[in-house]
Write a protein that binds this ligand. Structure first.
Ligand code: WTA
Length: 654
């Protein structure tokens, strides 16, 4: 960004206060929230120390709350000890040992339930199996699995013995897996012969073999869960079936107390350069925030059935599948397959069948399911739902309203939660019993999370609706600790821009007159059109508000006069228009955006496509769209694309 401030041009006025019935039962209501904010503001460290003591069971209490001696490598609760797996499992056994921890549904319809007692026994057996294969505290273990309970068992087993897991999303290629194994120096891979997705078998073991054969010399053991009967090859001495590995292992395994700062996991995420970054998280600080946000943001009660649809390969699946809800003693749903298999009603049928009360998913999924029409969810009983959530990208108001009306039946509050792999847990979000929501806004920061907006000079932007860099002024317990093996990159990426004064999230945002945050997208998605700074997300949001548009992505291309011009990729409802119809729709959309946002935001180019290039987690690959908009040859790696064929259509070759 330059010295000009971001201009916000998105206006959304609707306000949805919480229903009295919801607030009166909620864990956090308006007055409790105000008290928590006041407490955190009065003494940041004391607030977090109190939370840490109240929400976690310490094997050894801490005397140091925050260690700033090596800032910006902050550390929390540094002389305390606990075990994350014990916090998620053993602590529940007396009170809720027979309570269901995991309700699992496979894509093919197979179902399984695991109580806290059964899950604990499975974790112990598997932890013993890992130890028998030489895994010790501090060793790195890569988990490359389908969304089955064993993925959580493997993560929890690592936590139990202090091994550092690095989960690699099952949709990633063998090459991505290899890079991550090498960067982490992993000793073991835990995988499956296959997983089920969209009616196909994802050949995880086959990809593991290809990865490990390409110079992953640190790998000693590959443990393989039999899931798909894909008839994979097993290599003598290296590979062992999950069932054989746990055979004869005890269902008891001591949860060793570990230092609060012991790394719990690495999770690789893409940065602005090609090489993925191994985001390193801690044990105690991470778990504290995972548990706290699960209780507060999702207003978790004892009898709730909580379903976060994210794969454990992403941070959302770490914090709101594998750790947060278990630490909170919740019943969770895990689903193996695709949201549209065998049809677009699958999510809603799962909600009905298992009595889901809290449902958390991504805007891209909401928009995709919205496309199939209201008749699909109308066929299911969604009356048990009481709270909905979204995460991962800005949700456009139209999708928000659809979610609210059609899925939430106007009864369920929506929590639009802003956070990142790096933040470990939710940072900005409504607390559903305490705050009114606005479609498209993630509202306010949680107590103890010092979010601010700064300009190019690093000064606070206080004027309403003026945009800037989203920064976090004070360290918080679940923050990333470093980038594995590259602390310089950690400092460069998140701190150096403003001389280590605050954490720089890499997003741009503005705050309205009520103090609500509106995320405008990543900094590099912000364009300068004729000296006006525009968040591409706002233009996209306007486009998708048009009845003929299902999805849109907007990027910049260089323009002689304006500096940058807006180039829009649009997925139309129904067939892709051609000829006259295409020209007419192009004109209509340009005018529409002009009406919604102002003439400045009218895209110069609109290209229609059946789909957009997405990563397997559903994020639009904007760098590819930018390359196409500029007429450049695509030289980047496209191996993580869900639908590579779409590139030809977008560049006008098909
Ligand atoms: C974006 C996912 C708007 C944002 C938990 C952030 C959001 C990036 C929201 C992190 C939201 C996430 N509204 N944008 N509610 N949540 N983002 O690391 O740009 O996969 O920086 O973590 O997603 O993505 P990540």
């Amino acid at each position: 960004m330059n010295d000009k401030q971001l201009e916000s041009i998105l206006h959304e006025e609707r306000l949805f206060p919480p229903a009295a019935a919801f607030s009166s039962e909620a864990r956090i209501d308006e007055s409790r929230l105000a008290a928590l904010h006041a407490e955190a503001e009065a003494d940041h460290e004391a607030y977090w120390a109190r939370m840490a003591r109240e929400l976690l069971t310490w094997d050894k209490d801490f005397t140091v709350t925050l260690d700033e001696s090596e800032a910006p490598n902050y550390r929390w609760f540094t002389d305390g000890e606990l075990n994350v797996s014990r916090q998620c499992l053993d602590v529940h056994l007396d009170e809720r040992g027979d309570k269901t921890a995991i309700i699992f549904e496979g894509e093919g319809g197979d179902k399984r339930r695991l109580s806290y007692r059964e899950l604990t026994a499975d974790v112990c057996r598997f932890a013993n199996a890992m130890k028998a294969r030489g895994i010790e505290a501090g060793d790195r273990v890569v988990i490359y699995m389908p969304m089955v309970p064993e993925a959580v068992v493997a993560m929890q087993a690592c936590a139990r013995i202090g091994a550092i897991h690095s989960v690699v999303f099952g949709g990633f290629s063998a090459n991505s897996l290899r890079d991550r194994i090498q960067d982490a120096g992993a000793k073991m891979v835990i995988t499956a012969d296959g997983g089920h997705r969209g009616g196909q078998i994802v050949e995880l073991k086959e990809a593991t073999d290809r990865a490990v054969e390409q110079g992953c010399d640190t790998i000693e053991t590959v443990i393989v869960l039999r899931r798909a009967d894909s008839g994979c090859q097993m290599q003598d001495g290296r590979d062992i079936w999950w069932a054989d590995a746990i055979a004869g292992q005890s269902n008891q395994c001591a949860a060793v107390p570990l230092n609060a700062e012991h790394p719990l996991f690495l999770l690789y995420t893409s940065g602005s350069t090609g090489k993925p970054k191994g985001i390193q998280h801690s044990s105690a600080g991470y778990l504290l925030h995972a548990k706290l946000t699960n209780l507060w943001v999702f207003d978790l009660h004892e009898d709730d059935v909580f379903w976060c649809t994210a794969d454990v390969g992403w941070i959302t699946g770490h914090t709101y599948v594998a750790y947060g809800p278990l630490a909170a003693g919740a019943t969770i749903v895990m689903y193996e397959g695709a949201p549209t298999y065998p049809d677009a009603g699958r999510f809603w049928s799962i909600c009905q069948r298992h009595g889901v009360t809290i449902f958390y998913t991504a805007p891209t999924a909401i928009r995709a399911l919205m496309k199939f029409g209201d008749e699909v969810p109308a066929q299911y009983d969604l009356s048990k739902l009481r709270l909905l959530g979204t995460v991962g990208e800005p949700i456009n108001p139209e999708a928000w309203i659809w979610y609210h009306e059609v899925i939430g039946e106007e009864r369920c509050p929506i929590v639009d939660t802003w956070w990142q792999t790096e933040t470990g847990g939710i940072m900005i979000s409504p607390l559903p019993g305490a705050m009114a929501t606005k479609p498209g806004s993630c509202t306010r920061a949680l107590p103890g999370i010092a979010v601010d907006i700064v300009d190019e000079a690093g000064d606070s932007v206080t004027e309403p609706n003026a945009g800037g860099y989203l920064v976090i002024r004070k360290p918080w317990p679940s923050m990333l600790r470093t980038i594995w093996g590259d602390n310089d990159r950690y400092i460069e990426t998140y701190w150096e821009r403003f001389q280590n004064r605050f954490y720089v999230a890499g997003d741009s945002t503005h705050r309205d007159a009520d103090g609500y945050f509106w995320i405008m997208g990543r900094i590099d998605d912000v364009l300068n059109v004729s000296g006006h700074r525009l968040g591409t997300m706002e233009v996209e949001s306007a486009l998708v508000a048009h009845p003929s548009v299902v999805e849109a992505a907007v990027v910049g291309r260089p323009h002689e006069v304006k500096g940058e011009a807006l180039f829009a990729y649009v997925v139309p409802r129904g067939d892709r228009p051609t000829g006259e119809a295409m020209e007419a729709l192009t004109r209509e959309l340009r005018n529409w955006v002009g009406e919604e946002l102002g003439a400045i935001a009218k895209p110069d180019d609109i290209r229609f496509a059946d789909n957009l290039p997405k990563t397997r987690s559903g994020k639009i690959m904007r760098r590819l769209l930018r390359a196409i908009a500029r007429g450049e040859e695509i030289t980047q790696d496209t191996s993580t694309l869900e639908n590579p064929a779409i590139l030809d259509q977008l560049s006008g070759k098909a």
